[in-house]
Design a protein around this ligand. Structure first.
Ligand SMILES: [Zn+2]
Ligand SMILES: [Zn+2]
Length: 601
């Protein structure tokens, strides 16, 4: 098994390199629009960096070229990156003509947000970094000097609109994306990967393959699943239900909304309110659509007295949740407002915890095997002492104990993980799972959380062996994430060429001439009766055009039928890879297809 115990990106040299390149780009932009460019923020991101600017005119592709060549000149200069700490007032003087920086300085001074305007529990020191003629509000880190950035491994990629602080009521800025690597070869490989990613973009393929659409009148972030998408959802749920039934889960169903009281009780209100839809009032009572299923599952646990013999109790549900995301932050299926979650809550005793937690982690690994996901990272988020009572439940003993239990489970299971301090959930340690698609695109799939706070809030109890009341621990888990995110990932991972078991249409029958249509229809009927998803292409097109269209639709099997096949009760089988398997009996084809479907390969 590959080991993924890599150093966190934030501490890597590439991170410092890209962050430094974003400062150099900002310098070039300032020079292009002297006295007119307004700076927002410019962080490193996965595989590159960006910087947001308010500029007097829209940037053109030629501008990007000019900026890039100016950056190369600056890089040649060996300008050192120098750090300086300063007071809020000094910073205000320095950035007097930079309104966005002034807003960020206010946030830094008050505490609660960092120099990117991102929420933080700390009160950061105010510092700047300067190189050559450019100074930015920044806490670093940076490379020593500009010569450490390879001018042949830097590229500006694109310009996009981005709202200041992701807020659609604030100004629309221009975001320049760039990338920086150690070597020109690495840059080349990355650009090739970007081309491939464009080809696999789930928004593009989702439309072409008729999997999902968005409709203005329905609303942003609310996908409509087309028949082919619905088939994929059914198949994923079948996989989850089979796997979970084998692992001893039981299934429940809960409503989409509940009274405000439930979310007050759980502590989601007011804490989680910004991510929830506003309340609706009915018969004098306020109701909310649910952002998560947990409180309702807790109520099911509490619906009757429980004893140690009932534990572990594993309640599973593909629950539909609704979360408010700013419209500027919605992104295809990967960031949506309605989601169907592969949710479950495991109620167990402390003695059962390690094996239950490990079983969940093994479930993730089993799904990774099925989907051919070879690269992943499990990131254990733990608490930090200073956040106790604020961002974390105030119970240090339970924090230390549950973190230790999770660590033990991971080590005993020989599951590679990295530890991230101060990244726990509010009510317990969590494992964030990041996966990489076949082209190296990173997705965060789901979290697996330990919860020692909610069970107590809901006064959940079971009678232990000694006849005493004990509070169970809860594990929240969703290995298949949400249908939205999972299918978005799978479209890109497979470039739309899904394995047979998941393919919306598994085979298409292609009659060579009109006189073969009846035979094609009859074969289709037999295959459907055996459970296959089959179409007949009875259009008046030529055979080659039909084959090409089926390949574009990425249908796994094309079954061509003409005189010879009709007489011999056969089909001529072609794969979407263009491989020609030749003629075989309908029964032989069915055996082959069913084998692949059963094995989910
Ligand atoms: Zn910076
Ligand atoms: Zn939950």
């Amino acid at each position: 098994m590959p080991k993924h115990q890599e150093q966190p990106y934030e501490q890597s040299e590439l991170y410092r390199l890209r962050h430094s390149a974003s400062h150099v780009m900002a310098q070039a932009v300032m020079e292009m629009f002297p006295g007119q460019a307004r700076l927002a923020i410019g962080p490193p991101i996965e595989n590159g960096f960006y910087y947001d600017f308010n500029l007097p005119r829209p940037l053109t592709p030629e501008d990007l070229e000019r900026l890039e060549s100016r950056m190369r000149e600056i890089l040649a200069g060996k300008h050192a990156f120098q750090r300086r700490e300063l007071s809020a007032d000094e910073a205000r003087d320095l950035f007097a003509d930079q309104p966005y920086k002034l807003e960020l300085i206010d946030g830094l001074e008050a505490g609660g947000t960092d120099e990117y305007g991102v929420e933080t529990s700390e009160k950061p020191v105010i510092s700047t970094y300067s190189h050559d003629t450019f100074t930015d509000l920044c806490r670093g880190p940076h490379v020593e000097n500009t010569q450490e950035i390879n001018p042949d491994a830097v590229k500006l990629l694109s310009v996009a609109g981005a709202y200041w602080r992701g807020d659609e009521t604030r100004p629309m800025l221009q975001r320049i994306y760039g990338t920086a690597w150690h070597t020109a070869e690495e840059l080349e490989a990355h650009l090739a990967m970007l081309e491939e990613a464009k080809r696999r973009d789930h928004r593009k393929l989702g439309r072409e393959l008729e999997i999902f659409v968005f409709d203005d009148e329905v609303g942003p972030g609310l996908p409509l699943w087309l028949p082919k998408g619905a088939v994929m959802i059914e198949e994923l749920e079948r996989l989850a239900k089979e796997t979970e039934a084998n692992a001893g889960y039981v299934r429940v169903r809960t409503p989409h909304l509940s009274k405000e009281d439930l979310f007050l009780h759980s502590g989601h209100l007011p804490y989680y309110a910004p991510n929830m839809y506003p309340a609706m009032e009915m018969e004098g009572t306020r109701y909310y659509v649910k952002p998560m299923n947990c409180p309702m599952h807790h109520k099911i646990f509490a619906s009757k007295p429980r004893s140690y013999r009932d534990l572990p109790l594993r309640l599973a549900e593909y629950g539909t949740c609704y979360r408010y995301e700013k419209s500027g932050e919605l992104f295809g299926l990967l960031r949506v407002r309605s989601m169907q979650m592969n949710d479950a809550h495991i109620y167990c005793s402390e003695e059962q915890f390690e094996s239950e937690f490990l079983a969940v982690v093994r479930l993730y690994l089993e799904y990774f095997r099925i989907f051919g996901i070879e690269k992943y990272v499990m990131r254990l988020g733990t608490h930090h002492k200073r956040g106790l009572g604020k961002k974390y439940v105030d119970n240090e003993r339970l924090w230390l104990k549950t973190e230790d239990m999770v660590r033990r489970a991971m080590v005993h299971g020989d599951v590679p993980y990295v530890e991230a301090a101060d990244e726990a959930a509010f009510y317990g340690p969590k494992i964030d799972v990041q996966i990489w698609s076949a082209t190296g695109h990173e997705f965060s799939l789901a979290t697996n959380q330990v919860d020692f706070a909610q069970p107590a809030r809901f006064e959940l109890k079971f009678v232990n062996r000694q006849g005493q009341d004990e509070t169970p621990l809860v594990i929240h888990r969703a290995p298949l994430g949400t249908h939205e995110r999972m299918i978005g990932f799978l479209i890109e991972h497979y470039a739309g060429a899904f394995p047979v078991w998941l393919a919306p249409v598994q085979a298409t029958l292609i009659p060579i001439a009109d006189r073969h249509q009846d035979y094609a229809a009859e074969v289709a009927k037999r295959l459907r009766a055996a459970g296959l998803r089959v179409e007949v292409d009875d259009r008046g097109e030529r055979m080659n055009a039909k084959i090409r269209d089926a390949q574009l639709q990425k249908i796994p099997y094309m079954l061509v039928v003409g005189d010879r096949e009709q007489q011999a009760d056969q089909v001529a089988v072609r794969l979407r890879s263009e491989e020609d398997l030749g003629a075989m009996s309908v029964g032989a084809f069915l055996d082959r297809a069913q084998h692949d479907i059963m094995a989910r390969i």
